[in-house]
Design a protein around this ligand. Sequence first.
Ligand SMILES: Nc1ncnc2c1ncn2[C@@H]1O[C@H](COP(=O)(O)OP(=O)(O)OP(=O)(O)O)[C@@H](O)[C@H]1O
Length: 616
Amino acid sequence: MTSGKINVTVENIFPLIKKFLYSDHEIFLRELISNATDATLKLKHLTSIGEAAVEYGNPKIEVKINKENKTLHIIDQGIGMTGEEVEKYINQVAFSGAEEFLDKYKDSAKDSGIIGHFGLGFYSAFMVASKVEIITKSYKDEPAVHWTCDGSPEFTLEPSNKTDRGTEIILHIADDSTEFLEDHKIQELLNKYNKFMPVPIKFGTKTEKEGDNEIEVDAIINNPNPAWTKKPSDLSDEDYKIFYRELYPMQFDDPLFHIHLNVDHPFNLTGILYFPKLSGDLNIQKDKIQLYQNQVFVTDNVEGIVPEFLTMLKGVIDSPDIPLNVSRSYLQADGNVKKIANYITRKVADKLKSLFNEDRAAFEQKWNDIKIVLEYGMLSEDKFYEKSKDFVLYPTVDNAFYTWDELKEKAKINQTNKDGKTVLLYTSNKDAQHSYIANAKAKGYEVLLLDSPIVSHLIQKLEMDNQDVTFSRVDSDSIDNLIKKDEEVISKLSETETTQLKEFIETTIANKSYNIQTEALDSTAAPFMITQPEFMRRMKEMQAMGGNTMFGSFPDSYNLIVNTNSEIASKILNESNEETKDNLVKQALDLAKLAQGLLKGEELTAFVKRNFESIK
Ligand SMILES: Nc1ncnc2c1ncn2[C@@H]1O[C@H](COP(=O)(O)OP(=O)(O)OP(=O)(O)O)[C@@H](O)[C@H]1O
């Protein structure tokens, strides 16, 4: 037996490991299973290139709890270690075995996915164990060894009678960590970190029916060949759906479509992203994109790696090239990470374009479910905005869907005003703005249905980019003013009469919240109409979305448009009975309010009562 002191740097590192290095104690299991996986894949690699004269077989990794002894065992059938290697790899912490391995087999090892990446892997065991043993036998024809260490820098190394190849790590679980002796806890951790690791992992047994008999079989907790590691051409739509279920067992909606990611230059990345049916409340998206490194779960916080607008998607990303033990802000500045984000954005845009081109009708059907992500992407990522023209749709109230170019083309003919600007009319609510939509449609205009919460920001951006186009909500002015053509409508009232009418209405209403405007409109147009000017409303909405209160909050601003060519206008003007005149104005105003959804509460009650009276 040899005993000795672990490399001096360790003396300082041990307490560090325990206290600071890992905030999450539970990751020790992931680290040890990763080591076991690496050891297994190394052996696979060596046998495949004829460097190891042993049978690879069907190795698995076993995790076992011994409640009586208060130990947790991680057993693999991998490459193992000789006594010398234990000295070297385990005792000299700073020495990275993986590094040497890679150095030796650099080029042939590249595609076997065996690059170590988590830092101080093995020693994380001391976060939960008071004593750790390693019993290991190398694939080389050398005796097995038994290493023991109680967390102090002293260790012992003695021969062992282990005869089969591989490594068993035994953790004597510390008194403050006994939760790791519970089946359900280990099950939970395996499920979280190891669900898709590339070597089968056994935890306990289960019974299975074979004919009429029940037989005891290994309970394998992982799927070693998850969909993202396969070629897209080997997967059907159904396979992708099945994998979605596997990722999110509690998710019952099918995804709308998927995007298979696969790149190996200038960085390595594979994965599958899904467009989910978004639930109404975007804040409670529980199932997130999961980040893996060589099939080991790392985190489901992909902020900084995936462009923000795509964090609403689901799925997995697997890349060995994402630095993990660094802060988020560092991550965002990392060149590789930026490239990854750009690549993902491009892939998503390409996929959307091909979906659109392949089956436009199906794409239109999905539009409502995906638009929020796309619109957000247009606003936040210039690269995505540039590509979005090819597939972003603008739906009308009549369920027609236009691309940007189609829309401009169409509107140009009929909806260009006298200043040469094409005016795109839209509504945010088909029901609430019904009467205004009807006015626009009567003129043969298209009305878009743009009802996302970020629409005001989006149209602002579109207008900036297309100086010949302007957006106006249907209720922001009278239809003749929205798209001003050259033809003048002649007023039936003289200028004096118009002033008289305006003054009378002003005094009757005596309510400063409306800005009264008299206009000579078509005689069949509504006599009184309340509008909400586009600019003020849009500013207010943008401010509400952006949470910016720097300029104070914008007040609501409404105009009352009085149509001087309407019969009612003349009637009011010519009415000699003051009370009747007053009532005419009040009734007309209430009707205008009703059409804009502004007649509420006490006013609505009084209105209803008054109208019942009038038909008695
Ligand atoms: N189960 C095992 N079988 C064979 N060798 C092992 C096993 N566990 C650890 N080792 C050896 O010990 C070395 C040190 O392991 P440790 O987990 O500390 O770091 P690493 O695996 O090299 O790097 P990292 O964990 O950061 O990816 C490994 O590189 C490997 O050579």
